[in-house]
Write a protein that binds this ligand. Sequence first.
Ligand SMILES: [Zn+2]
Length: 376
Amino acid sequence: MTLTVRIKTLTPLWTGGLDGTMDRIHETGILGSLRWWYEAIVRGLGGSACAPTEPRCELTGQRLRLYEKAREEGKDWWQALDKAGICDACKVFGATGWKRRFRLEVKSDTQLTWQPRDSVLNIRPPERARGWYLLPGHVGTLTLKLEGEEKVVSMLACLFLWLEKYGSLGARPQLGYGAFRILNRDEVVEKAGGWKWGLLQKEAQNASPNSKGKTPDHPDLRRLLFFRYEFTPSKPGWWTQVPGVSRVGSRVQPLVTHWHTVPTTPALKNEWRFNQWQGNRREEVEIFGTLHPDRRRGRIGATWAYRENGVWFIHGWAWMPQKERLAGQLWKILADESVWAHVLGVQGNLTTVPSGQWKELTSEDVRKLLQGVCHD
Ligand SMILES: [Zn+2]
């Protein structure tokens, strides 16, 4: 079965490149994000997915023999890989000795957000010495052609619908890249119709990710907080007041005019980290990441602000820390509408999942959340 997904970027897409800049759209950057989310979904449904920080699955030696034996006994490839102990993510995305179950081809009609491709946009809020350095991603439309077995392709259709609403595509979601809109929605929803996320639900291993010692700290939908801030500014120039953006206003103006987006992510992160967060350095680094001495990615992804039909949006997620004390503290900051209004200078409406207060989701909550997105 073939699935065609036509998308329009809402914020620049970043897929990496050989020299650290983005010469073109690289399929690997798109595949990486699909896999990251799929792994978080699999874990969120109570299943297991290997992570880059541990040995990945390999279909070799004894495992390969188990797989072949199961196949001889009439099991399908999915069941046979179960017998061989290959995780649900590797089943679809591939592992040593096992090919990825779908092909991806990308045709793009995009351009660099600004020129040249190695020029950085430095967003420096007033009290920061260096601030954030943004490279130009790509903006425009893309056509993704995915080909594989029906079950796999339906799942991918659901995954795209999920990423559109709650996630992003490509790399550097922490810096706000990769928000997108699906242009041929009806077609994608139709293809998604055959998929049930419940197929991945594992009752036996359904331990909470927070049960200490049992589950390593990997992204897991049960411990992700999702947020969306929606606002309708009365003045078109609202963004010129956003900390750090004003001093590069002449470079941001074309982004607003042509692409309806504003790099608000640094200002929000700056506020959350340096003005709102209270805690020791170790905890701060655990949540917000660091470049020194070793690079550690932050746990928060927030898109740039983007405009659709006259309304502005920012959406994103936070991968909550295992310590509930820290998770509660982070929730308080991210779910505080007044912090958003203060940074952006515009009153808006903040919605979160879960709502009301921070609470780890159950795998059944996760299944319902995922399934709702596939079929709406
Ligand atoms: Zn694996």
